[in-house]
Design a binder for this molecule. Structure first.
Ligand code: NAD
Length: 421
């Protein structure tokens, strides 16, 4: 069970539903997705071969608003994973208090094996097949693993052709030139910093001088490191899929990124053997990074990296889950026992979907906000929601912040459901 994401999601739902007395009929609705769509995508490849790809979309529930969630292109995409991801999107949208339900989808394909023409045609065909099931007020997809703003722009173009009207609000995560929002690139990392600062305030701690280790130095990892460092925290370690670096006196995320881009690897930015380019530091493994003696640990790469095998060795007092699902259920229990505070993914990384909502809103209302406007709205929203999660935790004594976030999300859904949707 531990690693079957759909069973994990269902268990989580059942547990919290019981704690908050969720009406059985609503629990039954949320226990399964509203709709699962599978489409066949036959394609003529560049070499003349005909290949049939499978595409799908899971629409979990739309009680709060249109289904919302990404499209991933991956050879191992499986239905249980996508169902779980759609459920988690429902919870994330509800906890961050935006008027969206949850969805997820994708194509079983390795996009790295496709030419640009094949990728574009496959994406446009997918948009044609999904056209009757998606729409600005029905279901609003977005990028996910191995999809990007360019792919979203192709799909919007195709959808707009079908409905006979330019419809940017059908998909978010578009390039700026195709109706994307300012600030989306930084949003998830920046949002995570707002959530952390707000949580630290509740815990009566100042961020100044706190040490932090960040696993993953991609979009999310880089921006969270940058914003935490700008707020006076000491980023002592970062890592990517190959390796990590530990710099006791703290590293500069921006210089580290520039250096990594130039050299191609992280450790070259601090020390290789006796040669130190920027500062003093040492190479570490990803496992070592998780167990460093830091105040805050930020997993920002993959799921299931903190398990029952290493949870007992975690020294951080606070874990900010920027990746989706980095802690297994068993590890979660162990961490709670050791008084480690876990700020859950559905809250910590919700800055991304919150800004997707801002993009949709701007498209629907034909507005263009500046980056400053987007960041101010994001900060207000995430501070409000973090406070609400803490208040919910207090109300249901002995709940973890994760359980409190789910309880809050389900309560919001229940409120809307009662009103008749
Ligand atoms: P990304 O592809 O930009 O970066 C991923 C990083 O993880 C890279 O630095 C990569 O080298 C590193 N990595 C890969 N395998 C690793 C391993 N085995 N050990 C350590 N590091 C490894 O992806 P991202 O957009 O930064 O997403 C990171 C996480 O955040 C994912 O779990 C994603 O689902 C989640 N997330 C992202 C967003 C968003 O807006 N980008 C929103 C919500 C959640």
């Amino acid at each position: 069970m531990e690693n079957n994401p759909w069973q994990r999601a269902q268990k989580q739902l059942e547990k919290i539903a019981k704690a908050i007395n969720l009406p059985p009929l609503l629990l039954a609705r949320l226990h399964e997705p509203d709709r699962t769509i599978t489409v066949s995508l036959p394609m003529k490849m560049d070499n003349g071969d005909i290949k049939i790809f499978s595409g799908f979309r899971v629409q979990h529930n739309n009680i709060l608003g249109p289904y919302k969630g990404g499209l991933r292109y991956h050879p191992q995409v499986n239905m249980d994973e996508v169902r779980a991801l759609a459920f988690w999107m429902s919870m994330k949208c509800a906890v961050v208090d935006i008027p969206f339900g949850g969805g997820k989808g994708g194509i079983t394909v390795n996009p790295k094996e496709l030419s640009e023409r094949e990728l574009r045609d496959l994406s446009k065909l997918f948009a044609r097949r999904l056209a009757t099931a998606i729409g600005p007020t029905i279901d609003v997809p977005a990028p996910d693993v191995n999809t990007n703003p360019t792919i979203m722009a192709w799909m919007v173009e195709e959808y707009s052709k079908i409905v006979g009207k330019k419809t940017p609000a059908v998909i978010t995560g578009k390039p700026l030139t195709a109706g994307g929002s300012q600030g989306r690139t930084e949003a998830t990392g920046l949002g995570g910093s707002y959530v952390l600062f707000s949580a630290l305030k509740r815990l009566k701690k100042s961020p100044k001088g706190l040490t932090v280790a960040v696993q993953g130095f991609g979009n999310v990892g880089y921006y969270i490191a940058l914003y935490l460092e700008q707020a006076g925290m000491k980023v002592v370690a970062v890592s990517d899929s190959k390796e990590g670096i530990y710099v006791k006196d703290g590293l500069n995320p921006q210089m580290t990124l520039e250096c990594k881009q130039k050299k191609g690897y992280l450790s070259g930015c601090y020390c290789v053997g006796s040669v130190c380019d920027l500062n003093r530091g040492r190479k570490i493994t990803n496992d070592e990074l998780l167990e460093l003696p830091v105040d805050v640990l930020v997993p920002a790469a993959l799921e299931n990296v903190i398990t029952k095998d290493n949870a007992g060795k975690i020294k951080a007092k606070v874990i900010l889950e920027m990746a989706n699902g980095p802690i297994t259920t068993e590890a979660d229990t162990l961490l709670k026992k050791n008084n480690v505070i876990v700020i859950p993914d559905i809250l910590a990384n919700s800055g991304g979907v919150c800004t997707s909502y801002f993009e949709w809103y701007q498209n629907v209302h034909k507005k263009k906000w500046t980056k400053k406007q987007v960041f101010t709205k994001l900060q207000t929203q995430l501070e409000k929601v973090t406070t609400e999660v803490f208040t919910t935790q207090k109300k249901y004594k002995d709940m973890s912040l994760r359980d409190a976030a789910y309880a809050l999300a389900l309560k919001r859904i229940q409120k809307s459901w009662k009103q008749g949707s």
